[in-house]
Write a protein that binds this ligand. Structure first.
Ligand SMILES: [Fe+2]
Ligand SMILES: [Fe+2]
Length: 272
């Protein structure tokens, strides 16, 4: 049975990033809350992207569809490059004075705990759910050009490259999950677990960085309200796209932003 539904080739691109450039502390619309939300994801990416790769790779001998196997290889290459690039960005955060090592240490312990205790199929289902999160965020970024306006060139290039590749490989973990017979029940449970996990860790990382900047809770809520007003409708679009995952006939290819991804890649000088 043919399981993959990704109609295009997945390309592994390796653009360089100038992390020595003077990247502003609040590079996302000069808004500390949203900047640290993204910084928080950035801290989590390397660990969880390597977890994704191991979770999918575990099943490679059970997958017969050659196209899907090729896509798994390309997915592995893309995620490995993402992890490396985001680790490069750690240098910027350290230079800006953020103390990130305890956060990284706790998250690593947590990720290893999940890896040791979850079954291979649950790990694959957690990966497919998390991939839906990354692809949803990527889709929002690529279809809302105002979000990227006036962004420092290094960060813009990093965000566009990662978003484009997340959109490109969005179906790989999901198709692998179908190929090895993970049930819809496990898929949905894993989505709920991933949602709690994402909310928990993105809150912890954002608030830790905001605290290090001595920004009060009250001021943080004001910055969040300012963002909600500035980008009205983004949160609702995000919620709708995320919840689609719970539908019985869901497939990641139902959301296709490849045209926008290619346009954005060209804009920052990365090959399509
Ligand atoms: Fe990634
Ligand atoms: Fe991914």
């Amino acid at each position: 049975m043919k399981n993959n539904k990704t109609p295009y080739t997945i390309h592994v691109r390796q653009p360089g990033f100038d992390f020595d450039a003077d990247i502003p502390r609040y590079w996302f619309h000069n808004n500390p809350v949203i900047t640290h939300n993204f910084n928080g994801y950035n801290l989590l990416f390397p660990e969880f992207e390597r977890f994704f790769v191991r979770s999918v790779w575990y099943f490679k001998n059970q997958i017969e569809d050659q196209t899907l196997l090729d896509q798994i290889k390309a997915f592995t290459g893309q995620e490995a490059n993402h992890a490396q690039a985001h680790e490069g960005y750690f240098k910027v955060l350290r230079k800006q004075g953020y103390r990130i090592d305890s956060l990284l240490k706790y998250y690593k312990k947590y990720a290893h705990f999940i890896e040791r205790n979850a079954s291979p199929k649950l790990r694959l289902a957690l990966t497919a759910a998390a991939e839906h999160y990354t692809a949803t965020i990527a889709g929002i970024v690529l279809t809302t050009p105002e979000l990227l306006e006036n962004m420092h060139p290094t960060m813009k290039k990093l965000v566009i490259w990662h978003s484009a590749e997340e959109v490109e490989h969005r179906s790989v973990a999901f198709d692998s999950l179908n190929a090895v017979g993970v049930t819809n029940f496990t898929r949905r449970i894993a989505f709920m677990m991933t949602s709690i996990d994402m909310l928990f860790w993105s809150t912890i990382t954002s608030f830790t960085l905001l605290r290090q900047d001595k920004i009060s809770l009250f001021k943080s809520f004001q910055y969040k309200r300012q963002y909600n007003k500035q980008f009205k409708g983004v949160n609702a679009r995000m919620r709708r796209s995320l919840l689609a995952y719970l539908k019985k006939d869901f497939h990641p290819s139902q959301f296709d932003y490849m045209d926008q991804a290619h346009k954005a890649l060209k804009e920052v000088g990365i090959r399509v």
